[in-house]
Design a binder for this molecule. Sequence first.
Ligand code: PLP
Length: 453
Amino acid sequence: MPLSNMAVRDIETVIHPYTNLARHREVGPLILNEGRGIYLYDDTGKRYIEGMAGLWCTALGYGNQEIAEAGAEALRKVSFTHAFGGKSHDGVIELSEKLKEIAPCPASKVLFGTSGSEANDMQIKLSWYYNNARGKVSKKKIISRIRAYHGVTIASASLTGLPWVHNDFDLPIANILHTSCPHYYRYGQDGETEEQFAARMAQDLEDMILREGPDTIAAFIGEPLMGAGGVLLPPKGYWEKVNAILAKYDIRFIADEVICGFGRTGNWFGTTTFGMKPDSISMAKAITSAYFPLSALTVEEDLYQAMLDESRKLGTFGHGYTYTAHPVGCAISLKTIEIYQRDKIMEHAAKMSPVFQMRLNKLADHPMVGEARGVGLIGAVELVADKATKRPFDPKKMVGAATVNALQEMGLIVRNIQDSVALCPPLVITTDEIHEMFDIFEKGLDQMEAWAR
Ligand code: PLP
């Protein structure tokens, strides 16, 4: 099909993130200008199920008029105020109180940004600042994990443990370490139980800490489950062991709740689902159901006291974005959280989860599926050439990407991470819509089966 006029204009003007820019010149964009509920519509009027909630973020789906109105009202009232120099507004005060109330960790204060990357970038800065304030000037390294995703700023991309985020960007920066990826299906050894695997992963972490020297490690960051690395669930007992190791060596524990936060795993936070004990959490995405770019992190009391000392010494807390605590973002986040609570969205997601997981698990019987894994309303299937040996497809075949393209043709938007295909629909999805989504998914896999062999 010839490319539309808008598609040609896109190719000539837009740089697309996470896109093969050379291939994009041939295939052009998918232009999506409208959305309602869990559905998006392209410029020809074709309907798609948004099976990824955008980028794991549109928890309440599209076209929520209450949120739109809350944003419009905030814009009409005061289009911009900031938080520098002690300035404030009702929205940031109320939202900070609300986030402190629902946070799954002891939170003293809240600091805002506009993206998940910024939140994690700030986490690194604050971990360094904290240790300078308390005289531990060598305690600066940050431990992340292979296949983690924490963002794309220079520092947060360094935390990310995926090669395509580092390659030819001269990343990662110094003092960021990556410990083993706790994905049992891929990295579990023959005869090793899930619990033994979890213990080995925790031991790898402790070995790294001891090798580097505990006095050189400032913080550890981890997603409750690894989202953009392929929806990798922690093996049984993993977080319990990691909690203990981090506490033992006085290492600040940051939980990256950017995907898991606000209901994705069946609880408000993934931290609760998996029994993590972080000192601080990073939040973004569903904090506004993606109706506005906003992120936040919680500041624990110890860190806050250290920040107070630094202000006394240096004269100011020398950090802040123009859009820190933007009033429109705060109003939209408050309305989003109000809807989550009023309409019992977390309960709805928890109720839908067994239907979603039942259909997901059924995919494990498909000849192309090596593993189907998930929790709450998030999951993935890992496509393999040989189920018995777990042998992957030849990467050159790009089976995952081809599957996603085929499903898109069939009206379902999902996302692949190499040969894992992820599903993460809006939390407001209904039983019928879950079945509709998986019916398409199954048909797509059947179609791919013939192609891939
Ligand atoms: N942390 C996690 C767990 C994420 O999944 C993402 C994005 O997908 C980020 C951080 C980065 O967030 P953003 O894309 O808003 O910078």
